[in-house]
Write a protein of this length. Structure first.
Length: 287
């Protein structure tokens, strides 16, 4: 009987693996199709964009849509393309860095230390995740206006520091970090900053890499039109969407805009994914 069981198991395993791979391939094709279609549309000449039925791949691929987009950006006014790009990169970099530092420090204290009001504070953070940006937009505007930050970079950067999603993610992940590891480091003479920077942060790399992906995606795609009015401080996404709304003549440029807007978050995710998987596979620490 045992020999029959041993012979049947490989057959069942192979059949299950084949079915699983087929399912994963189908899911991957469905997920990658919007990206492929967006890129192919950006490479189509204007006449192919209006063909019916639409074709997935361009018959005569061209980069004219991208070159026309940069020409239009250069002639859009007193603000150059490089200025819009600098605004977006500056807001994204500073906002992401500040969010990572503040969320990590706060999560470390809540996850590994007990103090009065700690659980209540975390409950408040959890509840705040239930509110969408549309609900908090008016209170945020009133607070930022009182602080005198309207029409400045800080109107976008500072609220990004306090995004509850990153705080929640870091706290939940740090709770799985062995307390014995931290206690051993303190016995060896490590102070709080050394424990946090050299023990905790390297071992929660999957969490803060995921936090970076979410933060960059949110800040890069932020139009900032509610808080920033000066043209020299507006973001690249806002300028590109203004071009995209320019009518039928700019349909090709609109397709190029879509690729430019989505390329940065996708690249960051692609380059970060391998590190996240590698860290999760190699840092399975348990108490």
């Amino acid at each position: 009987m045992s020999k029959l069981i041993k012979k049947r198991k490989p057959n069942r395993s192979i059949g299950g693996d084949i079915a699983l791979y087929i399912f994963l391939i189908l899911v991957a094709m469905v997920m990658v199709f919007p990206i492929v279609y967006a890129v192919s549309s950006a490479l189509k000449p204007l006449d192919e964009l209006f063909k019916f039925p639409p074709r997935i791949f361009p018959q005569h691929p061209t980069f004219d849509n991208f070159s026309d987009l940069f020409v239009t950006m250069g002639k859009s006014g007193v603000v150059t393309f490089s200025r819009y790009l600098f605004n977006t990169v500056f807001i994204t970099f500073v906002g992401t860095a500040g969010h990572l530092i503040i969320a990590s420090m706060g999560a470390f204290v809540l996850a590994k230390y007990e103090f009065p009001g700690g659980k209540t504070f975390f409950k408040i953070v959890t509840v705040s995740m239930m509110f969408t940006g549309m609900v908090t937009q008016i209170p945020n505007y009133l607070i930022i206006n009182k602080l005198g930050w309207i029409d400045t970079y800080w109107a976008i950067i500072v609220p990004a520091f306090a995004a509850p999603m990153g705080f929640f993610l870091m706290k939940q992940f740090m709770e799985g970090l062995p307390t014995s590891l931290i206690e051993a480091a303190k016995i060896d003479g490590a102070n709080e900053w050394t424990v946090f920077s050299r023990i905790v942060m390297p071992n929660v790399k999957p969490a803060w890499m995921t936090l970076i992906i979410f933060s960059v995606q949110g800040l890069w795609n932020n139009r900032a039109s509610t808080f920033i009015y000066s043209e020299e401080r507006k973001t690249l996404v806002y300028a590109l969407q203004q071009i995209q709304a320019g009518g039928i003549a700019r349909t090709g440029q609109g397709a190029a805009v879509l690729v430019v807007v989505m390329i940065v978050p996708i690249l960051i995710f692609v380059f970060s994914e391998s590190q996240i998987l590698e860290t999760m596979a190699s840092s399975g620490l348990k108490d």
